[in-house]
Design a protein around this ligand. Structure first.
Ligand code: KG4
Ligand code: ZN
Length: 341
C-alpha cells in the first residue's frame, strides 16, 4: 500500500457558484477549506447566471486564498503543489480558478495537477472515516450530473451509466421552481417532503430498460408540472408537501434501483456517493439500507462536503501527488469534461 505523505497541497475549485480554496496535508487530512458561494446573487433569476458567478470568483478568489492559508497557518511558499478543477463546469468560472492555479504554479515553480470535478465529488466520500475496499460503485448526484461508475480503485474508473436527460439535482431545482419553492430546490424539497404524506401522490418511476444503469428524470418533472397546472386550472391549491414527498420518493427509488444493479453487476465491496444531492438525509437513509442489504460499506461525504468545495480537490490532488501523477502542465479549461476523460 502507498504510504501517505504530509505534503501541503493547495486545491482550487471554481466550477460553478462556489469559490473555494483548501489546503490538504495528506490524502485525507484537510487543514483548511474556505467556501464562499454566490448563490444568494442567483436566487432571483431562478438558476445560476454564469456572468455573475465569474465576477464573484474574480472578486473573491484572492481573499479566499489568503483565508485558506491563514486558517492552515501557512504562507504561500509552504505549498508544494496546486491542484485545480479543470472541468466540467462554466467556462469563465473554471478559468478564474485555473488562472490562479497556473500563476501560483509558475511563480513558486511547483507542480500543477488538473482534476475532474466529478472525480473530486467521489473523493469527498473518502474524507470521513475508514478506507473502502475495491471494486466499489461510485454514484455522483449533483446539479449537473448523475453518473454510475465501477471503481476498480480510486483512480481507475469504468463508466456504467448516466442520466439521459436532466441531472438529479437539476430535477429537484426545476420541480422546486414549478412549486414556487425557490432556488436551489434540493434543500427546500427535502424539508417539505418530510411533512408530506407518502400515500397521497404516486409518480411513475422511469426505470428505462431493466438492465441499463442509465437514468431519466425529465418525465417526472413534466408530471409535476402537469399536475400543478391541472390543479391551478381547477382552482385547487396544490398540496406542495405531498407533491414533494411523492417526487422525492420516486426519484430516490430510481437512484437506488440502478445503484443496486451496478453494485451487484460489479461485485462491489463498497459504495461511494458524492455531489450536492448526497446531502439529502432521506437519500442517505436509503443508501444505508441498500448497503446493509448487500452487506457492503457505504462512504458518504462528511458534513459540508457534499456540495462543491476545494477540500475534495486538494485531497485528490494529494492522492495524485503521492503517486507522481501530475497530468499535463499545459492543460486548458474543459467545460464539458466527461466522467472518465
Ligand atoms: O454538487 P453540487 O454542489 O453542484 C454541482 O456540481 O452541480 O450540487 C448542487 C445540486 C443542486 O441541484 C441542489 O438542488 C442539490 O445539489 N441539492 C440537494 C440537496 N442539497 C443540494 N438535492 C436534494 N436534497 C438536498 N438536501
Ligand atoms: Zn459539483
Amino acid at each position: 500500500m502507498q504510504k501517505d505523505k504530509t505534503i501541503p497541497i493547495l486545491g482550487i475549485e471554481t466550477s460553478c457558484d462556489e469559490t473555494s480554496v483548501a489546503i490538504a496535508s495528506g490524502e485525507k487530512n484537510i487543514l483548511s477549506n474556505v467556501v464562499v458561494s454566490s448563490l444568494h446573487l442567483h436566487r432571483k433569476y431562478g438558476g445560476i447566471v454564469p456572468e455573475i458567478a465569474c465576477r464573484h470568483h474574480t472578486e473573491n478568489i484572492n481573499i479566499i486564498l489568503d483565508k485558506a492559508l491563514k486558517s492552515a497557518k501557512m504562507d504561500l511558499e509552504d505549498i508544494k503543489a496546486v491542484s485545480v478543477t479543470q472541468g466540467p463546469g462554466l467556462v469563465g468560472a473554471l478559468l478564474v480558478g485555473i488562472s490562479m492555479a497556473k500563476a501560483i504554479s509558475y511563480s513558486l515553480n511547483i507542480p500543477i495537477i488538473p482534476l475532474n470535478h466529478l472525480h473530486g465529488h467521489l473523493y469527498a466520500a473518502l474524507l470521513g472515516n475508514g478506507c473502502p475496499q475495491f471494486p466499489a460503485t461510485g454514484l455522483i448526484v449533483s446539479g449537473g450530473h448523475t453518473n454510475l461508475v465501477n471503481m476498480i480503485d480510486i483512480d481507475n474508473l469504468q463508466f456504467m451509466g448516466q442520466t439521459r436527460d436532466d441531472a438529479c439535482g437539476e430535477a429537484f431545482d426545476k420541480v422546486s421552481k414549478i412549486l414556487g419553492l425557490g432556488f436551489p430546490g434540493g434543500p427546500s424539497i427535502e424539508k417539505r417532503a418530510e411533512k408530506g404524506d407518502p400515500e397521497k401522490i404516486n409518480f411513475t418511476r422511469s426505470y428505462l430498460e431493466s438492465n441499463t444503469m442509465d437514468f431519466s428524470f425529465s418525465g417526472i418533472k413534466t408530471a409535476v408540472l402537469y399536475l400543478v397546472q391541472g390543479m391551478k386550472n381547477k382552482k385547487v391549491k396544490p398540496p406542495v408537501s405531498d407533491i414533494c414527498r411523492g417526487f422525492q420518493d420516486a426519484v430516490f427509488d430510481m437512484l437506488i434501483a440502478k445503484t443496486r444493479i451496478c453494485c451487484q453487476k460489479n461485485n462491489s465491496k463498497s459504495l461511494l456517493v458524492g455531489g450536492g444531492v448526497s446531502a439529502n438525509k432521506e437519500l442517505r437513509r436509503r443508501l444505508d439500507r441498500l448497503c446493509s442489504e448487500l452487506s457492503i460499506r457505504l462512504f458518504l461525504p462528511p458534513k459540508g462536503m457534499s456540495l462543491d468545495n476545494a477540500a475534495m480537490i486538494a485531497a485528490l490532488g494529494s492522492y495524485r501527488y503521492n503517486r507522481g501523477k501530475f497530468g499535463d502542465p499545459y492543460f486548458t479549461v474543459q467545460p464539458n469534461l466527461g466522467f472518465l476523460t
